[in-house]
Design a protein around this ligand. Structure first.
Ligand SMILES: Nc1ncnc2c1ncn2[C@@H]1O[C@H](COP(=O)(O)OP(=O)(O)O)[C@@H](O)[C@H]1O
Ligand SMILES: [Mg+2]
Length: 433
């Protein structure tokens, strides 16, 4: 039987009851009494129904506090169904709340900013990254128009033009963002912001590097080309001039070679595919080698000495040889004849350190912070004269970064400089003893 039919059975039973009571009273006590009894039974039933309706109305007002009884007749069924509905609704609501909180958590972990707005751009919700990117505050700004909160003219143009299939690059001063508006659900829009500041900086660095490298290579090439042209157009040059031209060309060729070699070293040091190959470095041997190279470079023009008292290290021998060697070669090249250069390898509380000091020309304080930038030189012509590429200290910085070491530079103009490499305690190689 269908549920509808089932519903009508108790109703029919009730009417049968009223009729039965009426007919019984009529046969026993006459028609008037019969009618009165039927009316009385009907009234009682109506009152009982009204009672249940009242209970239901109270429950609907406050389903958490009021309890519905089991009911009687058809009411039992109605109450049971209502309870079931309410249980399901509560379950759905809990699931929804849980889902929403999971969604918010995921959104707040996102590295990109997400802003949800209604169709007229009133802020409904945003994640913490969007607060940082766009200077919003969810608590304060909820319900405000986003175009009043993000006051960049570019952003307002983007909204007005409505060409949302293309992203907009937004410069906020401290950041560069790529933002994009995505309409969804036809009454809402999402704004997504992605921070590309770092990309921009890297891109700029790469462009600068290429521009500088090309410039550095062009100068010696121009010189070589010039002499080659002279050789081609003036066959009658005397032997001495020709020899001098050849010497100058060789010098420029060597300069280009140094430059390319340094650029390759730097590229390799920066590459993630080229991890540090760690070994135990015999520091005594290494410093002596570097000292000997310094002596050769100076060819007797300076007094060079070394003090070796520190422990052996873990790291790359080749890389540290290049880093410390660079400092020593700078010390020799930027120290006039008769000056002193010392290399110290000592242990300190903070860890071992290598100090390369000279009594040379020194560096003005305003240059010191920039010395490790690629191609940065205090005096371009002097650096060229001394075979410098301007990449030496950039290489030093990279090698030290790979060894978790720090570079400190102390210098006084006209008096000399100290380049200090501070290694961490953890870089010391375990001793065999
Ligand atoms: N010991 C030093 N004394 C004075 N100036 C130095 C010294 N070491 C480095 N410099 C300055 O720092 C600049 C950058 O050094 P570096 O990167 O090694 O390039 P370069 O190829 O010119 O030596 C040099 O051009 C020079 O001006
Ligand atoms: Mg150098």
């Amino acid at each position: 039987m269908s549920p509808k039919a089932l519903f009508w059975i108790p109703v029919a039973v009730r009417f049968a009851l009223i009729a039965a009571a009426g007919i019984t009273a009529w046969t026993l006590w006459g028609v008037t009494t019969g009618a009165l009894v039927a009316l009385l039974v009907l009234t009682v039933m109506v009152l009982v129904q009204l009672g249940y309706m009242y209970q239901l109305s109270l429950w609907l007002d406050d389903p958490d506090e009021v309890r519905l009884g089991d009911g009687w007749g058809a009411w039992t069924d109605i109450f049971a169904k209502l309870y079931k509905l309410r249980r399901e609704e509560q379950k759905n609501r809990n699931e929804l709340a849980e889902w929403l909180s999971r969604f918010r958590q995921a959104m707040s972990q996102l590295p990109d900013g997400v802003v949800i707005m209604d169709d007229v751009l009133f802020l409904e919700w945003c994640n913490p990254v969007a607060e940082q990117h766009l200077g919003l505050s969810l608590d304060k700004d909820r319900g405000m128009r986003v175009t009043n909160l993000i006051r960049s003219p570019d952003f307002i143009d983007y909204i007005i033009l409505g060409r949302y299939d293309e992203p907009l690059t937004l410069d906020t001063g401290e950041r560069r963002l790529v933002v994009r508006l995505i309409p969804f659900e036809n009454r809402r829009q999402i704004l997504v912001s992605h921070d590309v500041t770092e990309f921009g900086r890297l891109d700029e660095m790469r462009r600068d590097f290429i521009a500088n490298a090309s410039h550095e290579l062009r100068t010696p090439l121009t010189v070589i080309n010039g002499f080659l042209e002279i050789a081609a157009t003036e066959p009658d040059l005397d032997h001495d001039t020709r020899m001098q031209h050849l010497r100058l060309m060789t010098e420029q060729g060597r300069r280009m070679q140094h430059l390319v070699e340094d650029m390759l070293v730097l590229t390799r040091l920066e590459s993630i595919d080229f991890p540090l190959r760690e070994e135990v470095i015999d520091m005594h041997w290494l410093i002596e080698q570097i000292e000997a190279e310094g002596v050769a470079l100076s060819s007797g023009r300076h007094q060079i000495s070394a003090r070796i008292a520190g422990p052996d290290l873990k790291g790359s021998t080749e890389e540290l040889r290049s880093a410390i060697g660079n400092l020593v070669s700078n010390a020799v090249r930027y120290t006039p004849e008769g000056g002193q250069v010392t290399i110290e390898w000592v242990d300190t509380d903070a860890g071992p350190r290598c100090v390369v000091s000279d009594s040379g020309i020194g560096i003005r304080p305003e240059h010191i912070a920039r010395l490790t930038e690629r191609f940065y030189r205090v005096d371009k012509s002097r650096s060229r004269e001394t075979q410098g590429t301007g990449l030496g200290l950039a290489i030093v910085k990279h090698v030290l970064m790979r060894h978790n070491a720090q570079l400190e530079i102390e210098s006084e103009l006209g008096k000399g400089s100290r380049f200090i490499i501070q290694f961490p305690r953890s870089a010391v190689a375990p001793s065999d003893a």
